[in-house]
Design a protein around this ligand. Structure first.
Ligand code: MCN
Ligand code: SMO
Length: 776
């Protein structure tokens, strides 16, 4: 195996990331660099009447009137009934959330730029703010977008048949569920540095992004430039989580000023800017009715999902992605026949919704998993059993579910069995009983989900997004000194792709990953890729590297056969050498012959060379499905509302694992974020739309002390449809904790008659629920 697929090797990138050698946007040094600060809207909703700039700063401050040649960001969707929003990178006429950019100010230092920003006076006529989706949805609510006839980006309906369920159900569960608005808080905030390169005739944009090639398209489109005039480089990126897979308005205004002034300009988001203007994800409301028989077998679900989108659609993923995914994924891993679902994507005076690790599924998994437990309580059975009996059985794979999802492989029921075993279900029930007699409240909760990954063209098209392809290209080459170089237009921003695509190349080329140089994230020197999101990087970029490396192996063998005087089919590769019997040549010899000593090769040499670019797409267009069950044991303190973890176990299957060590990190990190979603994180607004959580003292992230010791096991069911049987997994672990942890809390507090149906379960909410339940 060496350092190939399946090897548990440390990450290549850690040498620089852990020693302070990494270069983030903030670390770049350029002569004559100007730093940018923004004048941001102090109000949630209003008409911008004027922006007054002190005379001496006229050439340092730019507003929408300067950027008149920049088109507004107007993400398009092909979904019927979708309404597009228009977002000018600097507000032109109407502010729609607190923190929206009104003017960009530049100076040699950020502090000076901020001082200038403070002296710019904005005059805004306030309009009534729409802070809640439920208010914004009403007929007579004021309009956020003047040319719309309501505040709905989109409504969708899935009209399945519930007749059988309604007739035969002995148990009907009705619930409302809420998930909170969140921000993603990558360690490194967003940041962009742009300059005009006269020699190349290009605008060069360094930006902290997951999707460099997409950002080039976006910048060219909205600045009305040819794509050949734009080069986007993603340097080291300190986490993305979805926040960095969309075009940010700042990327446009910084680039415009850099081109205008012919000077490098940089903006680096600070934490307050992130918490205010990046407060943009996960806020769902569910109204759900579930039908089941007396054993808890699900017969049907009737759901209404409202997503509080905020003011604008993001480019390119639009306001539609969340609701389209929510409606399609609510049935999740369950074999459900009757399904009806309506979704509403509502415009409100908050920042626009961005995909966040798991996209919609943390919400739907929460709603579904709490419903399963509510059914189990209603029929008096063990939730693990009810869950298992409702899951798609392994014998039914591949399985097409009620919303048309094609589950390619796996055994979902087995994941519950394993989780129940590992968490010690039977023993726990005894301990729980005993603890109750001592006034202690222990609870156990499960969360099971599927994670669609590496979706194909068709899947994105069905979500209204035809510009996202289900394929990818990569280049693999031998350099003149015989070392291996991999080039991918995808990017590595914490999830480890830099190492794992090297492992894929290592698998074919038998060269240690330390000797494989991986170049990523620069549109100027990599094949086109839409980037890493939707857990597509490993399958897509890994698949493309695999195909290119396979072809390179063929070519290496042909050239080696000339040097070894044998038939190409008798050449084998081992440890970076080509062997034929006892004779061998190094890759260095082969590369030298090709690049520097062509006289050593045959006259009819194959001119295809030692640089290979290949494209790849999985054998199906519907994505491949990873799955997992999370199990949590908690203790709830009824006096303080504090939740502590006794145990947390994850059983996961993401097909063939490329790097088990990285996967552990992915799972622990994702689950930590999910526990933030479950217990702590919540963006709050006052009735005028002012954010109340604009520092990390108000917006609570979990730290090591709040997290459990995670235990993790994998099974490996290779996907029959991808190279090496790999499935994507980067988002997965963030999906289940909301459901698993709240089920555990509700299990713990059952004797008090408490059932919490809202995220996050803060101590305050837990105490209020206990008090409400106590009330006679
Ligand atoms: N992997 C593996 N074997 C597999 C599948 C994946 O070893 N069978 C490993 C690979 O190291 C790969 C990583 O897991 O680099 C994630 O792979 P994949 O599921 O293909 O996801 P992407 O490369 O497309 O990464 C994006 C994904 C998403 S969508 C979010 S959101 C997220 C996530 O990854 N953001 C992250 N994980 C993150 N991890 C960190 N540290 N930072 C982020 O911003
Ligand atoms: S939210 Mo991940 O970048 O798909």
């Amino acid at each position: 195996m060496g350092t190939g697929i399946g090897a548990r090797v440390a990450r290549k990138e850690d040498a620089r990331l852990l020693s302070g050698q990494a270069k983030f946007v903030r670390d770049l040094k350029f002569p004559r660099l100007l730093e940018a600060a923004y004048v941001r809207s102090p109000l949630a909703h209003g008409r911008l009447k004027s922006v007054t700039i002190p005379e001496k700063y006229k050439d340092r401050v730019f507003t929408a009137s300067n950027l008149s040649d920049v088109l507004p960001i107007r993400p398009e969707s092909t979904l019927p009934g979708y309404k597009a929003s228009q977002q000018y990178p600097l507000v032109k006429d109407k502010v729609r959330f607190v923190g929206e950019c009104i003017a960009i100010c530049v100076a040699p230092t950020r502090a000076e730029a901020e001082d200038i920003a403070e002296q710019v006076i904005v005059d805004i006529d306030p309009l009534p703010p729409l802070v809640n989706a439920s208010d914004a949805k009403t007929r007579d609510a004021p309009r956020l977008h003047d040319d719309w006839d309501d505040n709905l980006f989109l409504t969708t309906a899935f009209d399945g048949d519930l007749e059988f369920a309604e007739k035969n159900a002995t148990v009907v569960i009705e619930r409302e569920y809420n998930t909170a608005r969140q921000c993603m808080n990558p360690m490194e905030g967003k940041g962009t540095l742009s300059y005009w390169d006269d020699k190349a005739g290009q605008l060069v944009v360094y930006t902290s992004t997951q999707v460099p090639h997409l950002i080039r398209t976006g910048i060219a489109q909205y600045l009305q430039m040819d794509q050949g005039q734009v080069r986007v480089i993603a340097p080291d990126v300190g986490g993305g989580f979805g926040y960095k897979c969309v075009l940010q308005p700042e990327e446009l205004s910084v680039s415009w000023v850099a081109r205008k002034l012919k000077r490098p300009v940089r903006w680096v988001e600070d934490r307050r800017e992130h918490l205010v203007a990046g407060a943009n994800t996960r806020q769902h409301h569910y109204k759900l009715k579930a039908y089941a028989d007396d054993r808890g077998k699900l017969l049907g679900i009737d759901a209404e999902i409202t997503v509080d989108i905020g003011a604008y659609s993001v480019w390119p993923f639009t306001a539609c992605l969340e609701a389209a995914q929510a409606g399609g994924n609510l049935p999740g891993p369950y074999a459900l026949e009757g399904y009806r679902c309506k979704t509403y994507s509502v415009a409100t005076n908050k920042p626009g919704f961005t995909p966040y690790r798991g996209v919609a599924r943390p919400g739907v998994c929460f709603a579904m998993e709490l419903t399963i437990d509510a059914i189990a309580r209603a029929v008096g059975r063990e939730p693990a059993d009810v869950r298992r009996e409702n899951l798609v059985p392994g014998s039914a794979m591949p399985y097409t579910n009620v919303t048309g999802k094609f589950y390619d492989s796996g055994d979902y029921q087995h994941s519950v069995t394993e989780a129940a075993r590992a968490i010690g279900l039977e023993d726990f029930r005894k301990r729980q009983k005993e603890a109750r007699t001592q006034g202690r409240f222990l609870g156990l909760g499960f969360g099971t989900f599927t994670e669609q990954s590496a979706h194909g063209t068709k899947v994105f098209a069905a979500w209204g997004l035809p510009l996202v392809p289900g394929y990818e290209q990569a280049m693999v080459k031998l350099t003149p000194s015989g070392s291996v170089e991999v080039r991918s237009g995808n990017h590595s921003f914490g999830q480890g792709l830099e190492t794992t695509i090297a492992q894929v190349a290592s698998e074919w080329l038998t060269v240690d990953i330390d000797k494989i140089n991986v170049l990523m994230g620069d549109t100027g020197m990599t094949p086109y890729s839409t980037g890493a999101y939707a857990s597509r990087g490993m399958v897509m970029a890994g698949g493309a590297v695999s195909k290119a490396a396979e072809e390179l192996v063929k070519r290496i063998k042909i050239h080696a056969s000339h040097l070894l005087q044998c038939d190409a089919k008798d050449v084998a590769l081992k440890d970076g050498k080509a062997l034929s019997g006892a004779a061998s040549v190094d890759f260095a010899d082969i590369a030298r012959a090709w690049y520097l000593r062509p006289d050593q090769l045959d006259e009819d040499v194959d001119t295809a060379g030692l640089e290979v670019t290949q494209g790849y797409k999985p054998d199906i267009d519907t994505g491949v499905f990873t799955y997992a069950t999370h199990a949590a044991i908690v203790e709830v303190d009824p006096e303080t509302g504090k939740v502590s973890f006794e145990d947390y176990y994850v059983f996961e299957d993401c097909g063939r694992r490329v790097n088990p060590l990285i996967l552990e990190g992915q799972t622990y990190g994702g689950a930590a974020q999910g526990i933030g979603t479950a217990l702590f994180e919540e963006v709050l607004y006052d009735p005028s739309g002012q954010p109340l959580t604009s520092t990390l003292a108000d917006y609570i992230l979990p730290g090591p002390a709040e997290l459990p010791h995670f235990r993790l096991e994998h099974s490996e069911t290779p996907s029959p449809y991808t190279r090496h049987g790999i499935k994507g997994v980067g988002e997965g672990a963030a999906i289940a904790p909301g459901g698993a942890v709240l089920n555990a809390i509700n299990d713990a507090l059952e004797p008090l008659g408490v059932e919490l149906n809202e995220l996050p379960a803060t101590p305050h909410k837990i105490l209020s629920a206990i008090m409400d339940a106590d009330r006679p």
